[in-house]
Design a protein around this ligand. Structure first.
Ligand SMILES: [Zn+2]
Length: 156
């Protein structure tokens, strides 16, 4: 289960709206206790997508409207910030402009190198520039599929 306090949920939504119609990306810093993760703060990073994962030949490799790239250098920056605050990276988030908060095949391929089995993949849907549904996913079966994770919005 992943808990996200209201101020962090609002920050994720604001980031997703600000980058619309492109996807936004960021990391979630907090406390990890077994399967229970409590987010304390979000760590927005730049979507540095420039054609790292191409699934089909008709893809526009430079589009950031349906993809994101989490740069390992940004991940390290977030990791340092987390450690300095006595926290750890418990997950990441990205937005889905005009698409539901469901992980795409590209998300699954891109997620293979990120985090461990309890790492939360949070998706913020943005419809017509307005933040809507928020959902959290876990990558299971050795990266074969995502399952939805229980998401608690509110103070713990
Ligand atoms: Zn996605």
């Amino acid at each position: 289960m992943l808990s996200i306090p209201p101020d962090v949920a609002a920050a994720i939504a604001a980031h997703a709206v600000a980058t619309y119609p492109d996807e936004c990306v960021g990391l979630l810093l907090g406390q990890l206790d077994g399967e229970q993760k409590v987010v304390q703060v979000s760590f927005p990073v730049e979507n540095r997508w420039s054609g790292q994962v191409t699934l089909a030949e008709h893809d526009d490799p430079s589009s950031r409207r349906d993809r994101f790239y989490l740069d390992p250098r940004d991940y390290l920056k977030a990791d340092r910030a987390a450690r300095a605050a006595g926290l750890e990276i418990v997950g990441c988030y990205h937005s889905h402009p005009d698409y539901p908060a469901l992980p795409s095949e590209r998300d699954r391929v891109g997620a293979q190198a990120i985090g461990g089995s309890s790492f939360a993949f949070v998706i913020q849907s943005v419809q017509q520039g307005i933040a809507t549904e928020l959902a959290s996913w876990l990558l299971v079966d050795a990266g074969a599929r995502f399952i939805q994770e229980q998401l608690h919005l509110g103070e713990v």
